[in-house]
Design a protein around this ligand. Structure first.
Ligand SMILES: [Zn+2]
Length: 362
């Protein structure tokens, strides 16, 4: 199915409108010490809020319902900024707690949407996303990152779809009833653990039928290959970097990049410094050109039609030169300076997302 791209470039006061593949803003602002609805509408010190979105041309994005693991003692986490090899598997979470947290976050999202209906809108159709690209309202695409709130018989899935869910990642970086998430680590590989369970395979088929996008980010290699075998839709990794440039366990190797491209899917390049730097550290004093190198590696392996942006705003460390969502035009300008055409920048910013959503949701 084709889509109309014409007329969509001259919006957001001349800025290139951007569809972003992933953020954890809902989890951040609706946490115990988050600022809630007013923090998002008026701005705070996080990566993404309404003023920063407007300043950066952030037109629409995948807003994750993400339930963090309860890490009792932060000292149990490896000292990742000191250099050297490390791995870390976050503890599993139980269904009841995930379900109650999901219900709470969905209520919070409703509250946010009804507080500023002229400025924010839930995107459940391709037309909704197109309206956001045209500058009408900041578009919120509802995504679940780690499906612990869904039972193995998938009984919650239709209700979540009704409530606006249009994208999910079966696992975060921990095992659950659907599959095995990639533990965090550097230098490391995603080839750890078994593939999808029977329930995980059923989840992929059910999402294909309902029109819910499947996100491969955080899925181990065997699970990735299972989704590639089972799914009838373009394959998508909403926020990943390139393993060829940074051996983070969560990054995609060139074979995985090619499999995504062959499905006519896309990779949203992650902005997380720990997945971009080559040295396994999380430090934010990374030149923005490193982001361009990962983006351009995806283009080299996959072609321009299979690359997009997947920031991980409010869920990961960003490089100092970008800062937050208001810095997005700096990244676009940097790529333009490196020789990118306006046509290719448009593909990266939103055109590829529109093609994939059109093929996935309809
Ligand atoms: Zn993530």
């Amino acid at each position: 199915m084709g889509i109309v791209l014409g007329g969509m470039t001259e919006v957001c006061s001349g800025m290139l409108p951007i569809i972003d593949g992933h953020n954890d803003t809902l989890t951040r602002i609706f946490s115990e010490d988050g600022g809630g609805v007013s923090a998002f509408l008026n701005g705070d010190d996080g990566h993404l809020d309404l003023p920063k979105a407007r300043a950066g041309g952030f037109a629409a994005g995948f807003f994750a319902i993400y339930i963090p693991s309860k890490i009792k003692n932060p000292a149990d986490e490896p000292a990742r900024s000191e250099g050297g090899a490390w791995t870390f598997t976050p503890p599993s979470i139980d269904h009841e707690w995930a379900a109650s947290e999901t219900a709470r976050l969905l209520d919070c999202l409703d509250e946010l949407l009804s507080a500023a209906p002229e400025s924010l809108g839930l995107c459940t159709t391709v037309d909704d996303v197109r309206a956001s690209i045209n500058g009408e309202r900041l578009g919120i695409i509802q995504h679940i990152e780690g499906c612990e709130m869904i039972s193995p018989d998938l009984r919650e899935l239709p209700g979540l779809y009704e409530r606006g869910l249009r994208s999910l990642g079966p696992v975060w970086s921990r095992p659950n009833v659907f599959g095995t998430g990639i533990r965090f680590g550097w230098p490391s590989s995603s080839d750890v653990g078994p593939g999808l369970t029977a329930a995980g395979k059923n989840l992929i088929v059910a999402c294909n039928k309902l029109g819910i996008m499947i996100d491969l980010s955080h899925l181990n290699r065997a699970g990735f290959m299972d989704v590639a075998d089972i799914s009838s839709k373009p394959l998508v990794a909403t926020h990943c970097g390139c393993h060829a440039l940074c051996q983070s366990a969560r990054n995609l190797d060139d074979e995985q990049l090619r499999i995504i491209a062959e499905s006519n899917g896309l990779i949203g390049c992650n902005f997380f410094t720990g997945d971009l730097r080559g040295d396994g550290r999380f430090d934010t004093d990374m030149p923005m050109s490193r982001m361009a190198e990962h983006i351009e590696h995806i283009v080299t392996v996959c072609g321009i039609d299979h690359v997009a942006l997947g920031s991980d705003f409010d869920g990961a460390a960003m490089c100092d030169d970008l800062g937050d969502a208001s810095g997005l035009p700096k990244l676009i300008d940097l790529l333009r300076d490196r020789g990118w055409s306006e046509h290719d920048l448009t593909r990266l910013a939103y055109g590829n997302w529109m093609r994939v959503l059109d093929a996935t949701w309809n």
